[in-house]
Design a protein. Structure first.
Length: 500
Protein backbone atom coordinates (compact mmCIF):
# COMPACT_ATOMS: atom_id res chain seq x y z
CA UNK A 1 0.00 0.00 0.00
CA UNK A 2 1.18 3.52 -0.77
CA UNK A 3 0.48 6.34 1.64
CA UNK A 4 0.45 10.06 1.03
CA UNK A 5 -1.27 13.18 2.36
CA UNK A 6 -3.86 15.60 1.03
CA UNK A 7 -4.11 19.16 2.22
CA UNK A 8 -7.01 20.96 0.60
CA UNK A 9 -9.56 20.81 -2.15
CA UNK A 10 -11.16 17.57 -1.04
CA UNK A 11 -13.78 17.82 -3.78
CA UNK A 12 -11.15 17.80 -6.51
CA UNK A 13 -9.05 14.91 -5.17
CA UNK A 14 -8.20 12.33 -7.78
CA UNK A 15 -9.18 9.22 -5.81
CA UNK A 16 -11.83 6.53 -6.12
CA UNK A 17 -13.35 7.25 -2.75
CA UNK A 18 -13.61 9.89 -0.02
CA UNK A 19 -14.00 8.57 3.51
CA UNK A 20 -16.20 10.93 5.52
CA UNK A 21 -16.95 10.66 9.24
CA UNK A 22 -20.51 11.17 10.46
CA UNK A 23 -21.49 11.83 14.08
CA UNK A 24 -24.51 10.16 15.61
CA UNK A 25 -26.13 13.42 16.67
CA UNK A 26 -26.34 14.88 13.19
CA UNK A 27 -23.71 17.57 13.70
CA UNK A 28 -21.58 17.66 10.55
CA UNK A 29 -17.81 17.57 10.76
CA UNK A 30 -15.86 20.21 8.86
CA UNK A 31 -15.08 17.70 6.11
CA UNK A 32 -18.70 16.61 5.88
CA UNK A 33 -19.78 20.24 5.53
CA UNK A 34 -17.24 20.79 2.77
CA UNK A 35 -18.49 17.73 0.94
CA UNK A 36 -22.10 18.75 1.40
CA UNK A 37 -21.57 22.14 -0.14
CA UNK A 38 -19.59 20.63 -3.04
CA UNK A 39 -22.44 18.25 -3.87
CA UNK A 40 -25.23 20.77 -3.49
CA UNK A 41 -26.64 19.55 -0.19
CA UNK A 42 -26.99 15.90 -1.14
CA UNK A 43 -25.26 14.72 2.00
CA UNK A 44 -27.56 16.63 4.37
CA UNK A 45 -30.54 15.32 2.43
CA UNK A 46 -29.37 11.74 2.76
CA UNK A 47 -28.76 12.13 6.48
CA UNK A 48 -32.08 13.88 6.99
CA UNK A 49 -33.86 10.85 5.58
CA UNK A 50 -32.31 8.84 8.39
CA UNK A 51 -30.51 6.41 6.12
CA UNK A 52 -27.25 6.71 7.99
CA UNK A 53 -27.44 7.28 11.73
CA UNK A 54 -23.65 7.52 12.23
CA UNK A 55 -23.35 4.66 14.71
CA UNK A 56 -19.75 3.86 15.59
CA UNK A 57 -18.01 1.71 12.98
CA UNK A 58 -21.01 1.51 10.64
CA UNK A 59 -20.41 2.43 7.02
CA UNK A 60 -22.45 3.30 3.94
CA UNK A 61 -21.07 3.55 0.43
CA UNK A 62 -22.66 6.30 -1.66
CA UNK A 63 -21.96 6.47 -5.39
CA UNK A 64 -21.80 9.28 -7.94
CA UNK A 65 -22.37 12.37 -5.84
CA UNK A 66 -22.21 15.37 -8.14
CA UNK A 67 -19.57 18.08 -7.80
CA UNK A 68 -16.70 15.93 -6.60
CA UNK A 69 -13.88 14.04 -8.31
CA UNK A 70 -14.26 10.81 -6.38
CA UNK A 71 -16.81 8.37 -7.79
CA UNK A 72 -17.74 7.14 -4.31
CA UNK A 73 -18.05 8.43 -0.78
CA UNK A 74 -17.83 6.10 2.18
CA UNK A 75 -19.79 7.44 5.13
CA UNK A 76 -18.30 6.14 8.34
CA UNK A 77 -20.03 6.35 11.71
CA UNK A 78 -18.10 8.09 14.49
CA UNK A 79 -20.62 7.54 17.29
CA UNK A 80 -21.45 10.35 19.69
CA UNK A 81 -19.47 13.57 19.30
CA UNK A 82 -18.95 13.98 23.05
CA UNK A 83 -17.19 10.61 23.37
CA UNK A 84 -15.16 11.01 20.20
CA UNK A 85 -11.45 10.53 20.80
CA UNK A 86 -8.49 8.50 19.66
CA UNK A 87 -10.20 5.18 20.32
CA UNK A 88 -13.38 6.02 18.39
CA UNK A 89 -11.28 7.43 15.56
CA UNK A 90 -9.25 4.23 15.33
CA UNK A 91 -12.38 2.13 15.31
CA UNK A 92 -13.94 4.24 12.56
CA UNK A 93 -10.88 4.14 10.33
CA UNK A 94 -10.51 0.35 10.77
CA UNK A 95 -14.18 -0.12 9.88
CA UNK A 96 -13.78 2.13 6.83
CA UNK A 97 -10.80 0.14 5.54
CA UNK A 98 -12.63 -3.14 6.14
CA UNK A 99 -15.56 -1.79 4.09
CA UNK A 100 -13.27 -0.47 1.34
CA UNK A 101 -11.54 -3.85 1.12
CA UNK A 102 -14.79 -5.47 0.04
CA UNK A 103 -15.10 -3.15 -2.96
CA UNK A 104 -13.14 -2.48 -6.13
CA UNK A 105 -11.95 0.87 -4.75
CA UNK A 106 -8.21 1.27 -5.37
CA UNK A 107 -7.53 4.64 -3.84
CA UNK A 108 -9.14 6.45 -0.95
CA UNK A 109 -8.73 9.79 0.79
CA UNK A 110 -9.26 9.81 4.51
CA UNK A 111 -11.40 12.80 5.51
CA UNK A 112 -12.56 11.73 8.94
CA UNK A 113 -12.43 14.36 11.64
CA UNK A 114 -9.24 13.94 13.64
CA UNK A 115 -9.25 13.55 17.40
CA UNK A 116 -7.75 16.29 19.50
CA UNK A 117 -4.01 16.76 18.85
CA UNK A 118 -3.35 15.98 22.51
CA UNK A 119 -4.70 12.50 21.88
CA UNK A 120 -3.20 11.97 18.47
CA UNK A 121 -0.52 14.35 17.25
CA UNK A 122 0.55 14.67 13.62
CA UNK A 123 3.21 11.97 13.78
CA UNK A 124 0.99 9.41 15.53
CA UNK A 125 -1.88 10.34 13.23
CA UNK A 126 0.29 9.26 10.28
CA UNK A 127 1.40 6.14 12.07
CA UNK A 128 -2.09 5.09 13.02
CA UNK A 129 -3.46 5.71 9.51
CA UNK A 130 -0.88 3.35 8.03
CA UNK A 131 -0.84 0.76 10.82
CA UNK A 132 -4.62 0.44 10.97
CA UNK A 133 -5.06 0.34 7.19
CA UNK A 134 -2.55 -2.46 6.78
CA UNK A 135 -3.80 -4.39 9.80
CA UNK A 136 -7.39 -4.26 8.53
CA UNK A 137 -6.27 -5.71 5.19
CA UNK A 138 -4.26 -8.53 6.78
CA UNK A 139 -5.32 -12.03 5.73
CA UNK A 140 -4.13 -15.23 7.43
CA UNK A 141 -1.62 -17.25 5.40
CA UNK A 142 -3.86 -19.26 3.23
CA UNK A 143 -3.61 -23.01 3.67
CA UNK A 144 -7.17 -23.63 2.58
CA UNK A 145 -7.68 -25.53 -0.65
CA UNK A 146 -10.22 -24.29 -3.14
CA UNK A 147 -10.75 -20.92 -4.73
CA UNK A 148 -8.53 -18.19 -3.33
CA UNK A 149 -10.33 -15.01 -2.26
CA UNK A 150 -9.34 -11.97 -4.31
CA UNK A 151 -6.94 -9.66 -2.49
CA UNK A 152 -8.32 -6.22 -1.65
CA UNK A 153 -7.98 -3.68 -4.47
CA UNK A 154 -7.13 -0.81 -2.11
CA UNK A 155 -3.55 0.20 -2.87
CA UNK A 156 -3.37 3.91 -2.11
CA UNK A 157 -4.46 5.94 0.89
CA UNK A 158 -4.27 9.72 1.27
CA UNK A 159 -4.36 10.94 4.85
CA UNK A 160 -5.73 14.36 5.59
CA UNK A 161 -6.49 17.10 5.80
CA UNK A 162 -2.91 18.01 6.63
CA UNK A 163 -1.80 21.63 6.91
CA UNK A 164 1.55 22.43 5.37
CA UNK A 165 3.38 22.82 8.68
CA UNK A 166 2.31 19.31 9.72
CA UNK A 167 3.20 17.57 6.45
CA UNK A 168 6.67 16.42 7.48
CA UNK A 169 5.49 14.89 10.76
CA UNK A 170 2.51 13.15 9.15
CA UNK A 171 4.66 11.79 6.33
CA UNK A 172 7.21 10.49 8.82
CA UNK A 173 4.38 8.85 10.75
CA UNK A 174 3.03 7.25 7.57
CA UNK A 175 6.45 5.85 6.70
CA UNK A 176 7.06 4.50 10.20
CA UNK A 177 3.51 3.18 10.39
CA UNK A 178 3.89 1.29 7.13
CA UNK A 179 7.11 -0.25 8.44
CA UNK A 180 5.50 -1.20 11.77
CA UNK A 181 2.61 -2.75 9.86
CA UNK A 182 4.97 -4.73 7.63
CA UNK A 183 6.72 -6.02 10.75
CA UNK A 184 3.39 -6.98 12.33
CA UNK A 185 2.60 -8.91 9.17
CA UNK A 186 5.88 -10.83 9.55
CA UNK A 187 4.99 -11.65 13.15
CA UNK A 188 1.40 -12.63 12.39
CA UNK A 189 2.35 -14.81 9.44
CA UNK A 190 4.87 -16.72 11.54
CA UNK A 191 2.46 -17.04 14.46
CA UNK A 192 -0.44 -18.24 12.36
CA UNK A 193 1.51 -21.03 10.70
CA UNK A 194 0.85 -24.48 12.17
CA UNK A 195 3.42 -26.15 14.40
CA UNK A 196 4.21 -28.78 11.80
CA UNK A 197 5.33 -26.07 9.39
CA UNK A 198 6.76 -23.48 11.76
CA UNK A 199 9.45 -25.56 13.49
CA UNK A 200 12.67 -24.26 15.05
CA UNK A 201 14.47 -25.01 11.78
CA UNK A 202 11.80 -23.14 9.84
CA UNK A 203 12.09 -20.09 12.11
CA UNK A 204 15.84 -20.03 11.53
CA UNK A 205 15.40 -20.27 7.78
CA UNK A 206 12.80 -17.49 7.81
CA UNK A 207 15.15 -15.27 9.80
CA UNK A 208 17.84 -15.92 7.22
CA UNK A 209 15.50 -15.21 4.33
CA UNK A 210 14.31 -11.95 5.89
CA UNK A 211 17.90 -10.87 6.51
CA UNK A 212 18.65 -11.36 2.82
CA UNK A 213 15.98 -8.77 2.05
CA UNK A 214 17.38 -6.25 4.55
CA UNK A 215 20.99 -5.27 4.03
CA UNK A 216 21.68 -4.09 7.57
CA UNK A 217 20.85 -7.49 9.10
CA UNK A 218 23.33 -10.27 9.84
CA UNK A 219 22.03 -13.66 10.93
CA UNK A 220 23.84 -16.49 12.63
CA UNK A 221 22.15 -19.77 13.53
CA UNK A 222 23.47 -22.13 16.19
CA UNK A 223 22.50 -25.74 15.57
CA UNK A 224 22.24 -28.35 18.30
CA UNK A 225 25.99 -28.99 18.42
CA UNK A 226 26.76 -25.27 18.68
CA UNK A 227 24.09 -24.85 21.36
CA UNK A 228 25.78 -27.67 23.27
CA UNK A 229 29.11 -25.88 22.97
CA UNK A 230 27.45 -22.84 24.55
CA UNK A 231 26.46 -25.16 27.43
CA UNK A 232 22.79 -24.18 27.20
CA UNK A 233 21.72 -27.13 29.33
CA UNK A 234 18.29 -25.74 30.22
CA UNK A 235 17.36 -25.03 26.62
CA UNK A 236 18.55 -28.51 25.61
CA UNK A 237 16.56 -30.12 28.43
CA UNK A 238 13.36 -28.67 26.96
CA UNK A 239 14.28 -29.68 23.44
CA UNK A 240 15.41 -33.25 24.15
CA UNK A 241 11.91 -34.73 23.98
CA UNK A 242 11.26 -33.45 20.48
CA UNK A 243 12.06 -34.95 17.09
CA UNK A 244 12.69 -31.36 15.94
CA UNK A 245 16.22 -30.12 16.61
CA UNK A 246 16.57 -26.78 18.44
CA UNK A 247 17.92 -23.60 16.91
CA UNK A 248 19.42 -20.50 18.48
CA UNK A 249 19.13 -17.52 16.17
CA UNK A 250 21.21 -14.34 16.41
CA UNK A 251 20.12 -11.37 14.28
CA UNK A 252 22.18 -8.18 14.35
CA UNK A 253 21.32 -4.74 13.02
CA UNK A 254 24.18 -2.29 12.85
CA UNK A 255 22.67 1.17 12.58
CA UNK A 256 24.31 3.45 10.06
CA UNK A 257 26.61 6.17 11.40
CA UNK A 258 29.71 5.43 13.42
CA UNK A 259 28.25 6.48 16.77
CA UNK A 260 25.29 4.18 16.28
CA UNK A 261 27.48 1.27 15.29
CA UNK A 262 29.83 1.42 18.24
CA UNK A 263 27.23 2.07 20.96
CA UNK A 264 26.07 -0.68 23.33
CA UNK A 265 23.14 -2.45 21.71
CA UNK A 266 19.57 -3.09 22.75
CA UNK A 267 19.16 -6.86 22.89
CA UNK A 268 15.73 -8.38 22.30
CA UNK A 269 15.23 -11.99 23.37
CA UNK A 270 12.28 -14.05 22.09
CA UNK A 271 10.68 -17.23 23.39
CA UNK A 272 10.35 -19.49 20.36
CA UNK A 273 8.51 -22.61 21.52
CA UNK A 274 7.06 -23.68 18.18
CA UNK A 275 4.69 -26.02 19.99
CA UNK A 276 4.20 -26.35 23.74
CA UNK A 277 2.49 -29.63 24.63
CA UNK A 278 3.69 -29.17 28.21
CA UNK A 279 6.07 -32.10 27.81
CA UNK A 280 5.74 -34.87 30.44
CA UNK A 281 3.73 -32.38 32.56
CA UNK A 282 1.35 -32.50 29.62
CA UNK A 283 -1.35 -29.89 29.10
CA UNK A 284 -5.07 -30.69 28.93
CA UNK A 285 -6.43 -31.19 25.41
CA UNK A 286 -8.75 -28.15 25.35
CA UNK A 287 -7.26 -25.36 23.21
CA UNK A 288 -3.87 -27.08 23.14
CA UNK A 289 -3.69 -26.16 19.44
CA UNK A 290 -3.17 -22.55 20.54
CA UNK A 291 0.24 -23.55 21.84
CA UNK A 292 1.46 -23.21 18.25
CA UNK A 293 1.44 -19.48 19.14
CA UNK A 294 4.01 -20.12 21.87
CA UNK A 295 6.68 -18.77 19.53
CA UNK A 296 5.03 -15.35 19.38
CA UNK A 297 7.87 -13.71 21.33
CA UNK A 298 10.36 -15.08 18.83
CA UNK A 299 8.20 -13.90 15.95
CA UNK A 300 8.01 -10.42 17.52
CA UNK A 301 11.79 -10.26 17.80
CA UNK A 302 12.32 -11.31 14.18
CA UNK A 303 9.59 -8.89 13.08
CA UNK A 304 11.02 -5.99 15.08
CA UNK A 305 14.44 -6.52 13.52
CA UNK A 306 12.90 -6.27 10.06
CA UNK A 307 11.37 -3.00 11.25
CA UNK A 308 14.63 -1.51 12.47
CA UNK A 309 16.27 -2.56 9.20
CA UNK A 310 13.45 -1.16 7.07
CA UNK A 311 13.73 2.32 8.58
CA UNK A 312 17.50 2.00 9.03
CA UNK A 313 17.25 2.83 12.71
CA UNK A 314 20.43 4.57 13.89
CA UNK A 315 20.87 2.19 16.81
CA UNK A 316 22.50 -1.19 17.33
CA UNK A 317 19.86 -3.83 17.93
CA UNK A 318 20.47 -7.54 18.49
CA UNK A 319 17.72 -10.15 18.33
CA UNK A 320 18.16 -13.51 20.05
CA UNK A 321 15.68 -16.30 19.47
CA UNK A 322 15.62 -19.55 21.40
CA UNK A 323 13.63 -21.95 19.24
CA UNK A 324 12.54 -25.39 20.48
CA UNK A 325 9.56 -27.70 20.56
CA UNK A 326 8.30 -28.98 23.93
CA UNK A 327 7.12 -32.59 23.63
CA UNK A 328 6.64 -35.70 25.78
CA UNK A 329 8.80 -38.63 24.74
CA UNK A 330 10.90 -41.48 26.09
CA UNK A 331 13.84 -39.11 25.92
CA UNK A 332 11.97 -36.10 27.30
CA UNK A 333 13.07 -34.29 30.43
CA UNK A 334 11.16 -35.48 33.51
CA UNK A 335 9.86 -33.67 36.59
CA UNK A 336 12.67 -33.74 39.13
CA UNK A 337 15.44 -33.72 36.53
CA UNK A 338 18.16 -31.17 37.11
CA UNK A 339 19.70 -29.16 34.28
CA UNK A 340 22.74 -26.90 34.30
CA UNK A 341 22.19 -23.54 32.61
CA UNK A 342 24.79 -21.75 30.51
CA UNK A 343 25.39 -19.47 33.50
CA UNK A 344 26.45 -22.53 35.55
CA UNK A 345 23.45 -22.28 37.86
CA UNK A 346 21.49 -25.53 38.30
CA UNK A 347 17.72 -25.82 37.96
CA UNK A 348 15.39 -28.50 39.25
CA UNK A 349 12.71 -28.92 36.59
CA UNK A 350 9.64 -29.59 38.71
CA UNK A 351 7.22 -28.91 35.89
CA UNK A 352 8.21 -29.48 32.27
CA UNK A 353 5.43 -27.12 31.20
CA UNK A 354 7.37 -24.19 32.67
CA UNK A 355 9.71 -24.50 29.68
CA UNK A 356 9.75 -20.89 28.48
CA UNK A 357 11.88 -19.68 31.37
CA UNK A 358 14.28 -22.58 30.77
CA UNK A 359 15.07 -21.59 27.22
CA UNK A 360 15.05 -17.88 28.09
CA UNK A 361 17.52 -18.23 30.95
CA UNK A 362 20.14 -19.54 28.55
CA UNK A 363 19.27 -16.94 25.91
CA UNK A 364 19.47 -14.12 28.48
CA UNK A 365 22.86 -15.37 29.59
CA UNK A 366 24.00 -15.32 25.96
CA UNK A 367 22.93 -11.64 25.80
CA UNK A 368 25.69 -10.70 28.26
CA UNK A 369 28.43 -10.92 25.65
CA UNK A 370 26.92 -7.94 23.82
CA UNK A 371 27.29 -5.68 26.90
CA UNK A 372 23.76 -4.49 26.24
CA UNK A 373 22.46 -1.04 27.11
CA UNK A 374 19.23 -2.92 27.85
CA UNK A 375 17.83 -6.43 27.40
CA UNK A 376 14.14 -6.99 26.78
CA UNK A 377 12.69 -10.47 26.55
CA UNK A 378 9.33 -11.15 24.97
CA UNK A 379 7.53 -14.35 25.88
CA UNK A 380 4.14 -16.04 26.04
CA UNK A 381 5.35 -17.09 29.45
CA UNK A 382 2.49 -17.72 31.86
CA UNK A 383 -1.21 -18.44 32.00
CA UNK A 384 -1.04 -16.53 35.29
CA UNK A 385 -0.36 -13.31 33.40
CA UNK A 386 -3.60 -13.81 31.48
CA UNK A 387 -5.43 -14.27 34.78
CA UNK A 388 -3.83 -11.11 36.18
CA UNK A 389 -4.27 -8.75 33.22
CA UNK A 390 -6.66 -10.44 30.79
CA UNK A 391 -6.12 -9.87 27.11
CA UNK A 392 -5.74 -6.09 27.16
CA UNK A 393 -2.35 -5.49 28.70
CA UNK A 394 0.99 -7.19 28.27
CA UNK A 395 2.69 -7.82 31.62
CA UNK A 396 5.80 -5.65 32.02
CA UNK A 397 8.41 -6.65 34.60
CA UNK A 398 12.15 -6.41 35.12
CA UNK A 399 14.98 -5.29 37.36
CA UNK A 400 15.12 -1.67 36.18
CA UNK A 401 12.14 0.52 36.93
CA UNK A 402 13.05 3.18 34.39
CA UNK A 403 13.31 0.61 31.60
CA UNK A 404 9.95 -0.93 32.52
CA UNK A 405 8.41 2.54 32.56
CA UNK A 406 9.92 3.28 29.16
CA UNK A 407 8.26 0.18 27.71
CA UNK A 408 4.91 0.94 29.33
CA UNK A 409 5.00 4.48 27.90
CA UNK A 410 5.91 3.16 24.46
CA UNK A 411 2.89 0.87 24.69
CA UNK A 412 0.59 3.81 25.44
CA UNK A 413 1.87 5.79 22.45
CA UNK A 414 1.69 2.77 20.16
CA UNK A 415 -1.80 1.69 21.32
CA UNK A 416 -0.24 -1.63 22.31
CA UNK A 417 -0.40 -1.37 26.05
CA UNK A 418 1.54 -3.03 28.84
CA UNK A 419 1.09 -2.82 32.61
CA UNK A 420 3.82 -3.15 35.27
CA UNK A 421 3.86 -5.97 37.81
CA UNK A 422 6.18 -5.80 40.86
CA UNK A 423 9.17 -8.16 40.88
CA UNK A 424 10.37 -7.62 44.46
CA UNK A 425 12.80 -9.99 46.25
CA UNK A 426 10.09 -12.02 48.03
CA UNK A 427 8.99 -13.68 44.81
CA UNK A 428 12.39 -15.22 44.13
CA UNK A 429 12.31 -16.93 47.55
CA UNK A 430 9.42 -19.08 46.32
CA UNK A 431 11.79 -20.76 43.84
CA UNK A 432 13.72 -22.68 46.54
CA UNK A 433 14.81 -26.23 45.76
CA UNK A 434 16.33 -28.87 48.05
CA UNK A 435 18.32 -30.32 45.18
CA UNK A 436 19.42 -27.55 42.83
CA UNK A 437 20.14 -23.81 42.97
CA UNK A 438 16.45 -23.26 42.38
CA UNK A 439 13.31 -24.81 40.96
CA UNK A 440 11.65 -23.72 37.72
CA UNK A 441 8.24 -23.25 39.35
CA UNK A 442 6.93 -21.67 42.54
CA UNK A 443 3.27 -22.53 42.91
CA UNK A 444 0.19 -20.83 41.50
CA UNK A 445 0.19 -17.57 43.39
CA UNK A 446 1.78 -14.66 41.55
CA UNK A 447 2.79 -17.03 38.74
CA UNK A 448 3.57 -14.30 36.21
CA UNK A 449 5.90 -12.62 38.69
CA UNK A 450 7.65 -15.75 39.98
CA UNK A 451 8.41 -16.62 36.35
CA UNK A 452 10.00 -13.18 35.99
CA UNK A 453 11.84 -13.68 39.28
CA UNK A 454 13.31 -16.88 37.83
CA UNK A 455 14.59 -14.94 34.80
CA UNK A 456 15.93 -12.33 37.20
CA UNK A 457 18.44 -14.92 38.45
CA UNK A 458 20.09 -14.78 35.04
CA UNK A 459 20.03 -11.06 34.33
CA UNK A 460 21.84 -9.64 37.34
CA UNK A 461 24.05 -6.73 36.37
CA UNK A 462 22.17 -6.07 33.13
CA UNK A 463 19.31 -3.61 32.66
CA UNK A 464 16.56 -6.08 31.92
CA UNK A 465 12.83 -6.05 31.25
CA UNK A 466 10.44 -8.87 30.53
CA UNK A 467 7.22 -8.65 28.53
CA UNK A 468 4.77 -11.47 29.19
CA UNK A 469 2.53 -11.52 26.11
CA UNK A 470 0.62 -14.71 26.98
CA UNK A 471 -2.66 -12.78 26.96
CA UNK A 472 -1.98 -10.38 24.12
CA UNK A 473 -0.02 -12.12 21.34
CA UNK A 474 -2.98 -13.92 19.84
CA UNK A 475 -6.78 -13.97 19.78
CA UNK A 476 -8.83 -17.07 20.59
CA UNK A 477 -12.33 -18.01 19.44
CA UNK A 478 -13.85 -17.00 16.11
CA UNK A 479 -11.09 -14.44 15.51
CA UNK A 480 -8.35 -16.94 16.33
CA UNK A 481 -5.02 -15.70 15.05
CA UNK A 482 -1.88 -13.79 15.89
CA UNK A 483 -2.41 -10.17 16.97
CA UNK A 484 1.03 -8.88 16.00
CA UNK A 485 1.59 -7.60 19.54
CA UNK A 486 3.91 -6.37 21.04
CA UNK A 487 5.72 -5.38 17.84
CA UNK A 488 4.18 -1.86 17.77
CA UNK A 489 5.29 -1.32 21.38
CA UNK A 490 8.82 -2.52 20.64
CA UNK A 491 9.03 -0.38 17.51
CA UNK A 492 8.00 2.69 19.48
CA UNK A 493 10.48 1.92 22.27
CA UNK A 494 13.34 1.61 19.76
CA UNK A 495 12.37 4.73 17.81
CA UNK A 496 12.58 6.75 21.04
CA UNK A 497 15.81 5.06 22.10
CA UNK A 498 17.32 6.08 18.80
CA UNK A 499 16.22 9.64 19.51
CA UNK A 500 13.93 9.84 16.48
N1 LIG B 1 3.17 -21.26 27.06
C1 LIG B 1 2.68 -21.44 28.38
C2 LIG B 1 1.97 -20.20 28.91
C3 LIG B 1 0.61 -19.93 28.37
C4 LIG B 1 -0.49 -20.64 28.80
C5 LIG B 1 0.42 -18.92 27.46
C6 LIG B 1 -1.74 -20.35 28.32
C7 LIG B 1 -0.84 -18.62 27.00
C8 LIG B 1 -1.93 -19.34 27.42
C9 LIG B 1 3.84 -21.72 29.33
O1 LIG B 1 4.87 -22.45 28.80
C10 LIG B 1 3.28 -22.52 30.45
O2 LIG B 1 2.85 -23.62 30.21
N2 LIG B 1 3.31 -21.97 31.66
C11 LIG B 1 2.77 -22.63 32.78
C12 LIG B 1 3.70 -22.39 33.94
C13 LIG B 1 3.36 -23.19 35.16
C14 LIG B 1 3.61 -24.66 34.90
C15 LIG B 1 4.19 -22.70 36.30
C16 LIG B 1 1.40 -22.05 33.05
O3 LIG B 1 1.19 -20.85 32.89
O4 LIG B 1 0.49 -22.82 33.39
MN1 LIG C 1 4.52 -24.53 28.92
ZN1 LIG D 1 5.14 -22.28 26.79
Amino acid sequence: MRFDIWSKGMAALDVDCLVIGIFEDGQLTEEARALDSACAGRLRKLLARGDFPGKAAETLLVADLPGIGATRVLLTGLGAKKSFGRKAWRKAWAAAVAALSRTAIRSAALAIERPDAKELDDYYFGRAVAEIAEASLYRINDLKSGKKPKPAALARVLAGPVVRSAAAAVNRGLAHGAAVAAACRVQRDLGNLPGNVCTPTFLAEEARALAKRHRSLRVRVLDEAAIRREKMGCLLAVSQGSAQPPRFIVIEHAGSGRAARSADPIVLVGKGVTFDSGGISIKPAAAMDEMKFDMSGAAAVIATLTFVAAIDLPLRVVGLVAAVENMPDGKAVKPGDIATSASGQTVEILNTDAEGRLILCDALHYARRFKPAAVVDIATLTGACVIALGHHHTGAMGNDEALVRELVEAGVRADDRAWPLPVTEEYAEQLKSNFADFANVAGREGGAITAAAFLGKFTQGMKWAHLDVAGTAWHSGAQKGSSGRPTPLLADFLIRRAGL
